[in-house]
Structures are given as structure tokens and as C-alpha cells.
Design a protein around this ligand. Structure first.
Ligand SMILES: [Zn+2]
Length: 473
């Protein structure tokens, strides 16, 4: 899972900053439910008695409140049910009885701050206790004639599929917001394409994307977004498409429509785009891009301290001072690929020669050691010791789907791809013939056929071969 979203965890902080700058002050999304318990110093606090002089409200409820009242308790830090019961002057013998019901102890003893527990009581005697255990399960304990009875209530969720498109004119998140696409979906989208598109330097005004994704509802109410099922990203006119597919062993991953994994051995950019997007404005040429020519790598301007990630799995082959590079780290990857990270302010822990790193691991932090005029990461990509342009080099891919799986893949993903863009998908499903799905060259054959609509094979076939980067300057 972490492989699919190497940046997601740390990116949320940047998102908050972005929103602080862009959003009008609106309601707080995660405000806890109001805390409704009486002052703990009040001792045996009686339930609020209805004011006799109150205007005519719903009399039935007011009257009932004096008999049994329902309160929702929000669990505080280090809170226990015992403490809650004492604080609210509820009968602790009832709590002991409830705890002894089969299966309830596990569901009640582990409380998290912010959890809500609903209690109905009359003068401290518990009538009902409800606790939502998960999105789909609620524990309900009810006092019956012979004592308490517990049952588990299922709250089924409904997954709806939404397809949404947006065109970028300043940033990925702004475009997403304008199309009513959540940040979490925008981030997932960026992670799906993280191996093909450099979200720091490659995003251009006019880039557009479409996402087919899950929205989770309960009782007709929207809860949150789920997985991105299929996505398309058009970057500088190049079309990248991905579809989610779970292989036999159950791990979900993203593949091109031809069944080639989106995940590659090396990430396109070793820094989090969300951390640097604040300085990025696609309306104007990024000053850094002018430095790319005649330069052996790519520079990412980013604040000092921005985490730098290992572009791929590998071993540390150098870590220390190296002339103009300042604090530099070199990673050796498979296929004679190595990557170099320069000007770092410091290294992450355990960056010693010979140690292993995994793709996405934080290896150090942006700085300006060595010959640097401002804080940035200097990044180089070498194959057999020869420099390649990190932004255009064809990245080694992971294993394609096995031929047996490919047929199932085509069958299951065709409707998603159809959702993504009806006309193109129609052409795509047309090639899912048995002779392509079989044999060792399945993937190659598929991409050849797909080249009839050339946009579809860009992501897998001849990436960067035509030097499309010349459009930069
Ligand atoms: Zn540089």
C-alpha cells in the first residue's frame, strides 16, 4: 500500500497550508460532536429539568427527558468507561453487568479520544448504550426484563462511482476543488501517475485529468471517498491512463490499459510535489527549468528541510561531502542505474554506505550545501555511469501482468476504462482478442495494436523518444 502512495502521508501538512491560503473560512470538517456531559464537580447531576416557563415546544420529548435522558459522551484523552460512568453519576454496577455480556468487553474497553458513546439512563440507571465500532458496525446494549442484552447492528455502506474531470490552470488541487474533487482523490491521482509525471516540474496550464472513483455513502449520506478505480491524466498533450486491478494474491495496483504496471523501479521526482507547489506557478516559466540545459541533472527548488525520497529501491553507495555537490548521497539501483542527490542540509538516519533503502524512503533533506545559490535538491540519474535527463529517461518498469491474468484484467477493467472516456475505451476493448491475451509477447502485442490510437501507448511504449521536452524552452 505504501508503494502506491509514497508521498501521501507527509503531504497532508502541505495541503493544510495550501488551503489556509486559498480557502474562504468555512466550517471545520472534523469538529467533534458537542460534548454533553454535566460539570464533573456537580456530583450526582440530575438530568436537565424542562423549564416550566418554556415556550410550547415538543411536549412529549420534554416530558420524557425527565424520565430517561440520552447523552452522547465524547471520549477524552486517557478516558475510561469507568471514569465516564463515575463522572456522570451513572450506575457502575450496570457497567460491570454490561461488561460481562459475551463479546462486549473487547468492544468497550478500548476507547479512543474523540469516540462517541451514547447512553440512555434514568436517574443513573442505564437503559441503553450504543457505541459505533466502525463505519459499518454499531454495538447496542439494551436493558431488558431479565437484564442487559447486546447486539451488533450492521450499518451497510453503499459505494457509488463518480467520474469527474478537471483542467488545471494553476494547481492540481485548485483544479480538483473547482470540479468538486476532494484533496484525497487528487493526491491519490498524483500517486497513481508519480512514476510517469513529475508533479513538481511537469504540470502545465491546460493539463487535464479524469478520475473514476468510489464514493462511500451510508443511509443516503455521503461519508467519504474511496479508491480511485481508473484515471486519465493529460500532461503537455501526452495521455496517461491507469486502471486499478487486484491480482490473484489480492494486492491492488494500477496498470496501463495494456496491463503494464504504472509502478516503476524509479520515481519520476524524488521530492514531494505538494511541498514545493507553493512556489510553482505554471503561468510563468519556472526559473529552475532554465537551468536544466547543460546541466547534468534536475534542480528542485524547495524550502530547506523538505524531505528527499529514494527514487527507487537500492543501496547507499556514497554519503558525505562531495565538492560543489555539498552533502551528497548516491544510491545504486538494479539495472546499473544510480541516482545522486546533492546540496542536502542533512541526511536521514542510517544513510551509511551499503545500507538498503526502499523506494519512497526519506534519505535526506533539502538544503544548500556546496555550490548552491538557494535551497534546492540537485538530482542526477545515471545509467552505467552516464548521465541521463531524469525527466525524460525511460524508467525501468516492473513485471507486466502474466498472460493468464491479462484476459481477466481486460474483462474487469473494460467498464472502468469505458467510464473514463467512452470513445477511446471502445477502441481499447476492441483489441481484447484472445490471440493478444495469450503468449509471451502479450503486452508488446497489445501496445502495438494500441498504437493505432497513439495516445494510448505513450505511457508504456516510446516514452520521451521524440524529445518532447524541447517544448520547455
Ligand atoms: Zn543542480
Amino acid at each position: 500500500m505504501t508503494r502506491l502512495a509514497p508521498f501521501a502521508a507527509a503531504a497532508s501538512a502541505a495541503l493544510i497550508l495550501w488551503h489556509a491560503a486559498h480557502d474562504a473560512p468555512t466550517s471545520v470538517a472534523f469538529a467533534p460532536a458537542p460534548l454533553i456531559y454535566p460539570d464533573s464537580s456537580a456530583g450526582a447531576a440530575p438530568p436537565p429539568t424542562p423549564n416550566p416557563a418554556a415556550p410550547p415546544g415538543p411536549p412529549a420529548i420534554a416530558q420524557q427527558a425527565s424520565v430517561a435522558s440520552t447523552i452522547e459522551v465524547i471520549v477524552g484523552r486517557n478516558d475510561t468507561l469507568d471514569a465516564i460512568f463515575r463522572r456522570m453519576a451513572l450506575d457502575t454496577a450496570d457497567l460491570a453487568a454490561i461488561r460481562h455480556l459475551p463479546g462486549t468487553r473487547q468492544s468497550l474497553d478500548f476507547l479512543k479520544p474523540g469516540d462517541a458513546i451514547k447512553l440512555t439512563h434514568a436517574d443513573g440507571e442505564i437503559k441503553e448504550l450504543t457505541r459505533r465500532l466502525s463505519e459499518t458496525q454499531t454495538l447496542k446494549v439494551v436493558r431488558e426484563e431479565l437484564g442487559f442484552a447486546a447486539k451488533m447492528i450492521d450499518n451497510p455502506v453503499e459505494t457509488r462511482i463518480r467520474t469527474a474531470s478537471a483542467t488545471i490552470d494553476s494547481s492540481l488541487f485548485q483544479a480538483a476543488e473547482a470540479a468538486d474533487i476532494s484533496d484525497s482523490v487528487a493526491l491519490k491521482l498524483a500517486n497513481v501517475f508519480a512514476w510517469d509525471i513529475d508533479f513538481v516540474l511537469d504540470i502545465r496550464e491546460g493539463d487535464r485529468f479524469t478520475a473514476v472513483y468510489e464514493q462511500i455513502y451510508q443511509d443516503g449520506k455521503y461519508l467519504h471517498d474511496g479508491e480511485v478505480l481508473a484515471a486519465e491524466f493529460v500532461n503537455s498533450g501526452k495521455v496517461y491512463r491507469a486502471v486499478r486491478f487486484a491480482t490473484e494474491n489480492g494486492s491492488g495496483g494500477y496498470y496501463t490499459p495494456e496491463g503494464l504496471p504504472m509502478r516503476k523501479a524509479l520515481l519520476r521526482a524524488p521530492v514531494e510535489f505538494t511541498r514545493v507547489s507553493s512556489v510553482f506557478n505554471p503561468h510563468r516559466r519556472h526559473p529552475i527549468l532554465n537551468l536544466i540545459r547543460g546541466h547534468m541533472g534536475t534542480d528542485y527548488a524547495a524550502p530547506t528541510g523538505t524531505p528527499v525520497h529514494a527514487a527507487g529501491d537500492g543501496r547507499v553507495s556514497f554519503a558525505g561531502r562531495r565538492g560543489g555537490y555539498g552533502n551528497a548521497l548516491v544510491l545504486a539501483h538494479s539495472n546499473s542505474v544510480s541516482t545522486l542527490y546533492g546540496h542536502m542540509s542533512r541526511f536521514a538516519r542510517n544513510m551509511h554506505v551499503g545500507n538498503r533503502v526502499q523506494q519512497g524512503d526519506v534519505i535526506g533533506y533539502v538544503g544548500m550545501t556546496g555550490l548552491a545559490t538557494g535551497p534546492h535538491l540537485h538530482y542526477e540519474y545515471l545509467v552505467n555511469g552516464v548521465h541521463k535527463n531524469p525527466q525524460t529517461v525511460q524508467l525501468p518498469g516492473a513485471e507486466p501482468l502474466h498472460a493468464d491474468t491479462l484476459q481477466k484484467f481486460r474483462h474487469l477493467t473494460a467498464p472502468l476504462l469505458a467510464d473514463l472516456s467512452p470513445q477511446q475505451a471502445a477502441a481499447g476493448t476492441g483489441v481484447a482478442t484472445p490471440n493478444i491475451a495469450n503468449g509471451p509477447l502479450a503486452a508488446e502485442a497489445a501496445s502495438t495494436v494500441f498504437s493505432v490510437s497513439s495516445v494510448l501507448d505513450d505511457s508504456s511504449a516510446r516514452f520521451g523518444a521524440n524529445g518532447s521536452r524541447t517544448s520547455i524552452n
